[in-house]
Design a protein around this ligand. Structure first.
Ligand code: GDP
Length: 368
């Protein structure tokens, strides 16, 4: 039997197989006097955190772990994928611990967005997930927008206690924590990792003062995210890199839009030809066709005309599922989780939305 090692920084079991999981270290790390994983090594020597993934099982263990602590919980979500990046089950352990939501990547939203509407919508989403939140902040961890205010509120709300930062993978949790590390400590040397007795999940500890810490938890893999069905390259093309530019399509009943081959939108019933505004990564191709031709087009041209997904990922590409919405009243956004949204104008309109099985489509009051 091989000897087992645990990281002296985060407590994760040392492994050499998977760099994306907690406890990864090259074999040479075992030669060192103090065995630490690559993630803790980077924090210690470069003052920088990196994300690792955790499975659903680990997640349940994490809930247990945090549930027994008194702390402020900072939940990071991706504003372009609020449903996909919302962690289910958080409400169960939060208990009396205060929770705040940090909606990251605000720099990607068009500048005409009404941020109050975004916050209100997120409040409703949180409520639907059964989560009580103290406050919601919209930030860009990359650009620094809203970060000072958020840091200030975190400091105020934590009341001297620890801060757990949680989120699913890719929401920008590491970027956010790195911002705090770079901007909060004058003496960079104070950052050390310290072993958590009894924790083997790979939490890492960034001291805030003598008695409390900010704790970086592994990112949760959420299988409702579109990202999990795509290759790295495809993921790049769907993830907006800068402010999304709206594209308007005049559509009447019986017309269809394909968002690459990732989603489909039919105007099933409408009395007039009106403008539909699409908000997706500027690099994504939107293809207009007739609804009666749409099935055939999808069958014959998924992976070329309708791409991404690219050809080499079609084998594992899930089936599309259709959902019909009767929309009445004010302007409404049809949100394709992880991808973007289409604003449907005021009036009585029935639409069909198609997404890969498992990915969510949600309606919200238009945010623009
Ligand atoms: P983690 O997996 O949650 O730790 O996420 P990372 O911090 O590694 O970030 C995931 C991706 O999102 C990276 O490509 C980041 O550059 C990007 N990202 C993070 N924060 C922001 C942000 O505020 N705006 C934009 N546009 N991208 C961001």
């Amino acid at each position: 039997r091989m000897e087992e090692f645990y990281c002296q920084g985060c407590g994760a079991k040392i492994q050499h197989e998977d760099e994306t999981k907690a406890g990864y270290a090259p074999e040479s790390a075992l030669q060192r006097e103090e065995v630490i994983c690559k993630r803790c090594f980077r924090l210690k020597h470069y003052n920088e955190v990196q994300d690792v993934d955790m499975t659903a099982d680990d997640f349940l263990n994490m809930l247990h772990e945090i549930g027994s602590k008194q702390a402020l919980i900072v939940k990071v979500v991706d504003l372009f994928d609020v449903h996909g990046s919302f962690i289910q089950g958080l409400n169960r352990f939060a208990g009396s611990n205060p929770v705040i939501i940090v909606g990251n990547k605000v720099d990607l939203l068009p500048s005409s967005v009404n941020l109050n509407k975004v916050k209100n919508w997120m409040r409703r989403v949180a409520k639907d997930f059964g989560l009580k939140v103290k406050d919601i902040f919209l930030v860009s961890a990359v650009k620094g927008t809203g970060m000072k205010e958020t840091a200030f509120e975190i400091e105020r709300l934590r009341q001297g206690q620890d801060v757990y930062v949680v989120g699913s993978t890719n929401v920008g949790k590491s970027t956010l924590i790195n911002y705090f590390i770079q901007n909060s400590t004058e003496e960079k040397d104070v950052i050390t990792t310290s072993y958590f007795p009894g924790t083997t999940l790979g939490f890492i500890d960034i001291p805030l003062d003598d008695r409390s810490s900010m704790i970086d938890t592994p990112g949760i893999i959420n299988h409702h995210q579109m990202a999990h069905y795509l290759s790295k390259k495809d993921l790049k093309s769907i993830t907006p890199k800068k402010e999304v530019k709206p594209k308007v399509f005049q559509l009447e009943e019986g017309q269809t839009l394909f968002i690459g081959g990732l989603a489909r939108f039919d105007v099933e019933a409408s009395n007039e030809k009106v403008g539909y505004v699409c908000y997706f990564s500027n690099e994504l191709n939107i293809h207009r066709t007739k609804q009666e031709k749409a099935d055939e087009l999808y069958e014959n041209h998924l992976g070329d005309l309708l791409a991404p997904p690219s050809k080499d990922t079609l084998a594992t590409w899930p089936e599309m599922e259709k959902e019909t919405f009767r929309i009445k009243g004010g302007k409404t956004d049809v949100v394709f989780s992880g991808l973007g949204w289409i604003t449907v104008p005021e009036g009585e309109i029935t639409i069909n939305a198609y997404v890969p099985k498992g990915v969510r489509v949600i309606l919200r009051e238009a945010i623009i």
